[in-house]
Design a protein around this ligand. Sequence first.
Ligand code: NAP
Length: 292
Amino acid sequence: MAKQLLGKEVNAQLNEQIKAETAALRERGITPTLGIVRVGEREDDLSYERGAVKRCETLGIAYKKYVLPADAAQEDVLAVIGEVNTDAQVHGVLLFRPLPKHLDEEEIIHALSPQKDVDGITDGSLAGVFAGKALGYAPCTPSACMEILKHYGIDPAGKKCVVVGRSLVVGKPAAMMLLQKNGTVTICHTGTKDMPSVVREADIVIVAAGRAGVVDGSFLRAGQVVIDVGINVGADGKLCGDVKYDEAEPLVEAITPVPGGVGSVTTSVLLSHVVQAAKAQNAEMLDTFMAK
Ligand code: NAP
């Protein structure tokens, strides 16, 4: 039976830290605040938003919602981005994507101030991940995968790591983060030949394909650590990952469940970035306070 790598166990430690730092900032008159920008009413966006809002409330972080209709014009969305960029009370922004197809997502993303890009979506933030430098904030989901590994003492150094998926949101940055930790990394995608044998070689597998059950028992073996990023709705209407959990769990050493794994840690990482952003945007004032 595999060890379950549970989001709630990782979050317990992360959230204590966020709560303490938020309380310390509030004492100095700074309330870390997340701006939530949503265009339309997609159910997956609403579900993530509900989770983020609840967590903000638990941790003492404030939030401001900016909601536009699904048919909002490009200028209207850009105007909201301009507003959050200049609002000194908003320290970080969560922009739900994908945006409706009629919008130019690239232009909207790049209108966002890099200092407020706590979700790591601008080119500057991604450049930091790819250059291995502390530029901006790293994308939250691959960071959550790394937090899970760190929490359970799983060090990628010297290990064979396989990432399934090469999106800029998850797969590519996850591969770069594993490389940064001295893992030997292979990335799989739809053009990969004989994916089962490539994945079987890995000590650590991160799966972010967005296809329910794309990794089944034939890809896996004893001793592997499996991080399942996928969030899908299965044929039975229930949430499921990209890994066939029932086939994987008896085989591998450790695995994240879906739900209950990566997703909730992603929210913690996002909110820890909001706290960091609040500190960075008030660094001068905090330095003065510390000097007193
Ligand atoms: P995406 O943009 O659709 O990218 C999927 C990637 O997987 C692509 O690179 C694609 O390859 C690859 N892929 C798809 N089917 C494959 C297959 N059969 N074999 C090998 N590779 C395959 O998705 P994403 O945004 O990265 O998200 C991936 C999953 O993570 C989704 O289920 C999403 O809901 C979930 N997610 C979870 C969180 C969280 O917090 N837990 C956050 C974000 C996303 P090609 O490049 O060749 O097309």
